[in-house]
Design a protein. Structure first.
Length: 125
């Protein structure tokens, strides 16, 4: 539990959700952490309530999440939402396709989605 709490503390800074939710073995521990945070003031301060709620509802809060994207991630996300391919994004931003793939993966994780279409839908909610 201590290791998971430490990982959540780091992850909450960047609003990583999928990283934890995709690991089914972690779900029971996440439930315990959520219950513990209700009673533990120090844990509530370390792990914001809106972040913990995402593990229970698994529905992202778009405005809060998008604001956690770096400037470059926001640029990539904007182009992605405009329907550009990774190759086209790479060309526009003078990046390699591999770098764009890494950005897209990080964006998915922060948004709590697992596909391009879900990420695009969030942009327009």
């Amino acid at each position: 539990m201590a290791i998971l709490q430490e990982a959540l503390e780091v992850g909450s800074q960047y609003f990583y959700i999928r990283t934890f939710l995709d690991e089914k073995e972690v779900h029971p521990l996440l439930e315990k952490i959520c219950k513990m945070s209700e009673d533990d003031k120090q844990m509530r301060e370390l792990l914001p309530a809106y972040y913990l709620q995402q593990f229970q509802t698994s529905e992202p809060i778009p405005n809060e999440i998008i604001s956690l994207l770096t400037t470059r991630e926001q640029e990539v996300y904007s182009l992605l939402a405009d329907g550009l391919t990774n190759r086209e994004i790479a060309g526009k931003l003078f990046l390699s396709e591999g770098t764009v793939r890494v950005y897209v993966s990080t964006i998915y994780s922060k948004l709590g989605v697992d596909s391009r279409s879900k990420a695009i839908l969030l942009k327009f909610e």
